[in-house]
Design a protein around this ligand. Structure first.
Ligand code: NAD
Length: 353
């Protein structure tokens, strides 16, 4: 039976394929831009330099100071650069850190944005912005922060190390898994989630063994686009909220925390979301969603447990309490005992109980 639904696609142009970064100048012109400011992290300034070179007279300059979790102090500095360079559009190249800075600038200036992602985090497809001020992270939604154009060029991902690729790809799969049991799910987004999980699960193991395999990279980037679209379209639940609590409480890395947690959050919800889990299993080509996710994680490279990420054992109780403090819609209600078990399992890193 088809359940009642509401579907609101978000605007945006997506340009996908090898070598498509060559069209960055055309993308600026399509947005009516004449002076683009290019953003990157300091570690990947060469990506920004390459875009500036390609833009020629359409470049207003670069700001290579993006930082993870978008601190407002960094955004203030970048805003000065926007004003001084008289930029009329923003190009963010890199992972979620660069793209977050582009969104923070767009929120304050309403300038149009082009996002050129080089990881699988999916931020480029959402109207969500997370910012940090004095150590506290807040999240908001605004149509102003959704990039107008996204360029997915597989060539830019070939150098992404296997460890980062694996964690980032599992981060993307998590968007798809939660979309399938979201209270506001709809048939289009569910199709995207299934196809996105399938593509990522097919691409990631090959990427780990052969990082420059272009077919596998394309599958992963295609899956990241689909799963990022899911993240922007429907409400996320336990998995994303718990990763947020764990990351904030113990200063854990974003993508790696998602990678560690996914089989355990899926196990917590499995009994209450049987339909969604059977779709996840099918997309993974596994008999069971929870063990399919656990096995996929083990076939990749990276941390397997919260202990591997450096969380202290005595953090389990604190995290369980914090996770249950502010309830939200989730297939299975948030229960303290269950949460303790989930976090203890993820701390140990063995098969989910
Ligand atoms: P990131 O941008 O910090 O990149 C992760 C790692 O990949 C870094 O070490 C970076 O140096 C490396 N990297 C990136 N591109 C590379 C390349 N081309 N070659 C080699 N290495 C490269 O982090 P992320 O995992 O992409 O994103 C996480 C951030 O994005 C977090 O702050 C998270 O909160 C945010 N995020 C936001 C949303 C949203 O919708 N607002 C969605 C997902 C993630």
């Amino acid at each position: 039976m088809i359940e009642p639904f509401r579907y609101e696609p978000k605007p945006g142009r997506v340009i996908f394929g090898a070598g498509r970064i060559a069209e960055v100048g055309k993308a600026v012109e399509e947005l009516g831009g004449k002076r683009a400011l290019v953003l990157s992290t300091a570690g990947h300034e060469s990506l920004a330099d390459d875009v500036v070179k390609r833009l020629g007279s359409l470049a207003a300059g670069k700001f290579a100071g993006a930082i993870m979790h978008t601190p407002v102090e960094t955004t203030d500095k970048a805003m000065r650069c926007v004003r001084e360079s008289e930029a009329d559009c923003i190009i963010a190249i890199g992972g979620g850190s660069s793209i977050g800075l582009g969104k923070a600038i767009a929120l304050r200036s309403d300038l149009p944005q082009i996002a050129i992602p080089t990881t699988y985090a999916g931020s480029e497809m959402t109207d969500i912005l997370g910012e940090t001020k004095e150590g506290a992270k807040t999240t908001l939604r605004s149509p102003k922060v959704l990039p107008e154009t996204v360029i997915y060029d597989v060539d830019l991902t070939l150098g992404l190390p296997p460890r980062i690729s694996a964690a980032s790809g599992m981060n993307a799969i998590a968007h798809g898994v939660e979309a399938l049991y979201a209270p506001d799910r709809n048939p289009v987004v569910s199709l995207m989630a299934e196809e996105g999980i399938r593509a990522l699960a097919a691409g990631l193991p090959t990427i780990v063994s052969s990082p420059a395999d272009i077919e596998a990279r394309m599958l992963a980037q295609y899956g990241a686009w689909l799963c990022g679209t899911c993240l922007g379209a429907v409400a996320m639940a336990l998995h994303h909220k718990l990763c947020h609590v764990l990351g904030g409480s113990f200063n854990l890395p974003h993508a790696e925390t998602h990678m560690v947690m996914l089989p355990y959050t899926a196990a917590y919800n499995a009994g209450a979301a049987a339909g969604a889990m059977s779709k996840v299993a099918q997309s993974l080509g596994a008999e069971d969603a929870v063990y399919g996710l656990y096995e996929l994680k083990r076939r990749l490279v990276g941390p397997l447990s919260l202990r591997d990420l450096g969380m202290p054992r005595d953090g389990i109780e604190r995290a369980a309490q914090a996770a249950c403090a502010n309830p939200y819609p989730n297939p299975r209600p948030l229960e303290l005992d269950g949460m303790r078990q989930l976090i203890a399992d993820a701390f140990a890193g063995g098969p989910p109980s």
